[in-house]
Ligand binder design. Structure first.
Ligand code: ATP
Length: 233
């Protein structure tokens, strides 16, 4: 479904991604792991159209070059950015409704809201509360729910565990683990390698803007290089 081909991204004179090749098949959950500054968020921002690229990105076999971020959202790329960026002064429900605006048609919005509430019952309980009053884990669920309201074909998740206590991170990941049952395609960026490789079918390791390893998540988990560098043991 997604294919990055020799992808290069620069900030001014400094190149952050040095020719990345990465594929995600329809319905697959793929993890992109790596330390701070490896270029993980840069890759997601490039896919969403927030950064200019060299090389190419294909989505459903069609090049995304020249497509605005709005167009990419409209054709099914849902981005949940690092830090969640929910609207603190809007209610939970209003935050979710904003996510539906990437779609032109209004039909089915109510059903989508119900689906999100089913997936995240805590959001339903709190639908009248303002965004800022949610816990970190609930805000992460809201950010994911907002992206789902756009009916994406693919979700780009940027560090969903960031800043969450371990129990809350696990709760968020328990939901992410269910996405493959719904047929959703997911590209997941994480510094928490254990959480990411537990839900993903495959993984890529990004280091200094290069993909240095990729393979089935189970193999990566047991690879001594991954264990030493990213699993802290
Ligand atoms: P983190 O988890 O810390 O966000 P990351 O793997 O997502 O790490 P990126 O944020 O993609 O890494 O950063 C990759 C490189 O690009 C880093 O060297 C970073 O300093 C640089 N970079 C990121 N954003 C910018 C920017 N807006 N301007 C200049 N350089 C940037």
């Amino acid at each position: 479904m997604l294919s990055c081909k020799n992808l290069r991204v620069s900030y001014g004179d400094i190149e952050a991604l040095h020719g990345v090749d990465l594929n995600v098949a329809a319905g697959e959950t793929v993890a992109l792991i790596g330390v701070n500054g490896a270029g993980k968020s840069t890759l997601l921002r490039a896919i969403s159209g927030l950064l200019p690229i060299e090389g190419d990105i294909l989505f459903d076999k069609t090049s995304l070059r020249g497509n605005s971020p709005e167009r990419r959202a409209g054709i099914g790329i849902g981005h949940v950015p690092e830090g969640r960026r929910i609207f603190p002064g809007l209610t939970v429900r209003e935050n979710l409704e904003i996510g539906a605006y990437v779609r032109r048609r209004t039909a089915g919005r109510k059903d989508d809201l119900e689906e999100v509430f089913q997936m995240f019952p805590r959001l339903k309980e709190r639908h009248k509360q303002l965004g800022w009053s949610l816990s970190g884990g609930e805000q992460q669920m809201l950010a994911i729910g907002r992206a789902l309201m756009g009916r994406p074909k693919m979700l780009l998740l940027d560090e969903p565990s960031l800043g969450l206590a371990p129990r809350l991170a696990e709760e968020v990941y328990a939901r992410i683990a269910t996405f493959k049952d719904t047929g959703m395609t997911v590209l997941l960026v994480e510094q928490n390698t254990v959480l990411a490789l537990n839900v993903a079918a495959r993984g890529y390791v990004l280091d200094g803007g290069h993909i240095i390893m990729h393979g089935p998540a189970d193999e990566l988990k047991h690879d001594p290089r991954v264990r030493d560098a990213y699993l802290g043991r």
